[in-house]
Design a protein around this ligand. Sequence first.
Ligand SMILES: [Zn+2]
Length: 159
Amino acid sequence: MSKAQAIVDTMLESFEKWDKAYGSYKELQAVKTKQHQLYKEMGRAIAYERELARAGLKKADVSHPISGGNVGATHNYKRQVEITRCPKTNSFACRTGGKELPSDTAECPECGTPTVKAKVPVPPSDLRKKYANYIVGVETNDGRFVWFEEPVPPASAFS
Ligand SMILES: [Zn+2]
């Protein structure tokens, strides 16, 4: 039995006990909410471990995780993100220029040209705001910064 399955079974067992002992709607809801939160945290923990594995690291190699909000000037963070934009960058014919458009945009809303995907550096303001609570990498015990391929979102992003 997997570790995750064992946790779920234990939760379901305690859920049944609560059900028998207390039965009221309010208490059931409290347990369900707690269970849901636990699922979300498990989702985040699994995503975190996947990124560690992808970077060839073990949990024991990690000194501490680094969130977007923690990234400072000395961290030399050079990750790129994929954005959707109009190909008419630097064109006077299109005012959206190189600006990011919603990822499902098929045609430029300004000039109607089919959009393209482009890799751009993560703007520092995005690290501070958009990715503030994402785990973007770790500092290892031997003092290296290792950046994740995909930042791990906060628990609230998992359902
Ligand atoms: Zn355009």
